[in-house]
Design a protein around this ligand. Structure first.
Ligand SMILES: NC(=O)c1ccc[n+]([C@@H]2O[C@H](COP(=O)([O-])OP(=O)(O)OC[C@H]3O[C@@H](n4cnc5c(N)ncnc54)[C@H](O)[C@@H]3O)[C@@H](O)[C@H]2O)c1
Ligand SMILES: [Zn+2]
Length: 379
């Protein structure tokens, strides 16, 4: 039996889950020993009324709050530096990361740079063992990335046109506040893209080189919940049961990937986003099925496990068919040419995908020309 050489699993963060749980935010701030909060979010959350809702809850309890909403989808190193400068000016506070993966990832970078005042986000590679950042509370408002489960962020280095990883054990959120009511107004398109992200996390985690008994348990349950409830939440965003189950599924998928790592779907997805700005989940959907086919032999057992979790015939082919079906139901898959990728960009994207650290965790390691073939097939 493989993988019997011992396991070490880090303690995980406190999770508070349930409709309305965000009302208890002041209690969570207090638990961590703070009376002030620096909220990292984005303008979309402000427009949706979610920032006001959260600030009101903090105000009512006398928590002094600053809101930093200057974060875009796929946050850049420059934005992290700007946010860190503001957070330093605000002074001692807990960081509240409020939003989808973009504000959550940005908040981790900002928190870390507050603890390392002489560094910038471009120094990400050297910060893994640096001084600790400020403690974080994460409040995800999409059901996708699972970014509340780990201490790293995926940040865009705009000069190098690639994603870089910024992180430190201290910036893993201490408390994850999972309130499905906050996702009720998420537009169907974003529900689809973020939900497919969570499904990819589950499937890539199951088939990754880093998978073990813990990650498989989280990933299998994540795949079950996301495949069952994503189509329901997509059809009717106000279905609180579907929103709740999907949020739990995405969180479990995050736990899985934090243990096991990801793979080539993310390697290609990151490259596509860095070159075209395509939203993360849409970028993944473009090659999800094709990468599964590419890894079919090496990942046959893992895909059979995914199929079992999706409650279809437990074999790899059925898993791929299900993935294809789910992507079609939520209408998320687009050809590369519709996402702003020109034929000239394909080589650079293939090279970035092979260089991405996640790709090395794939069941079948691809060459640049094999990735190029996948990209041409979905062009
Ligand atoms: N750290 C990790 O483990 C991890 C894993 C996967 C992806 N990521 C990163 O996460 C980012 C993508 O995150 P995402 O897919 O959650 O999207 P996002 O955070 O970029 O949000 C997408 C859009 O949805 C809006 N939005 C979010 N919640 C809303 C709500 N409840 N109501 C209305 N609008 C809402 C936002 O304003 C934004 O415009 C990428 O940068 C990706 O690289 C991180
Ligand atoms: Zn992802």
């Amino acid at each position: 039996m493989s993988g019997a050489g011992g396991l070490s699993i880090e303690p995980t963060a406190r999770v508070e889950f349930g409709p309305g749980v965000v009302q208890r935010l002041p209690e969570f701030v207090d638990t961590l020993g703070f009376t002030r909060a620096f909220v990292v979010t984005d303008r979309g959350l402000r427009a949706a009324g979610i920032v006001d809702r959260v600030v009101k809850i903090l105000d009512a309890a006398g928590v002094e709050t600053a809101v930093h909403d200057d974060i875009s989808p796929n946050p850049s190193t420059v934005e992290i530096d700007r946010g860190a400068a503001r957070a330093r000016d605000f002074g001692t506070a807990v960081i509240i990361a409020l939003g989808g993966g973009s504000p959550l990832d940005a908040a981790k970078g900002i928190s870390l740079l507050v603890g390392n005042a002489s560094s910038t986000a471009a120094d990400a590679d050297t910060l893994w063992d640096a001084e600790p950042g400020l403690p974080l509370i994460a409040i995800p408002t999409t059901s996708g990335t699972g970014a509340e489960t780990n201490g790293f962020g995926v940040i865009e280095d705009t000069h190098a046109r690639r994603k870089v990883y910024i992180g430190h054990s201290s910036v893993q959120p201490r408390i994850a506040v999972l309130d499905p009511e906050l996702t009720v107004g998420l537009p169907a398109k974003v529900t689809a893209a973020t939900g497919i992200d969570a499904l990819v996390h589950g499937v890539e985690s199951l088939s990754s080189r880093g998978a073990n008994a813990f990650s498989r348990a989280y990933a299998a349950q994540a795949v079950t919940l996301v495949s069952r409830w994503l189509p329901v939440a997509y059809r009717d965003g106000s279905d609180l049961e579907a929103r709740s189950q999907l949020m739990l599924g995405a969180h479990l998928a995050g736990r899985a990937l934090t243990i096991s790592g990801l793979g080539l779907v993310h390697g290609i997805g990151h490259a596509l986003t860095a070159h075209t700005g395509t939203p993360h989940g849409v970028a993944l959907a473009t090659v999800f099925e094709e990468v599964m086919r590419f890894s079919l032999v090496e990942a046959a057992d893992a895909y059979a496990e995914a199929a079992r979790a999706m409650q279809v015939t437990p074999d790899a082919d059925a898993a791929i068919d299900s993935v294809q079906f789910l992507c079609a139901v939520v209408d998320v898959k687009r050809p590369l040419r519709d996402l702003g990728a020109t034929p000239e960009l394909l080589s650079a994207m293939a090279s970035a995908a092979v260089a991405d650290a996640v790709t090395k965790n794939s069941p079948r390691l691809p060459s640049e020309s094999e990735v190029l073939e996948i990209l041409r097939a979905v062009y």
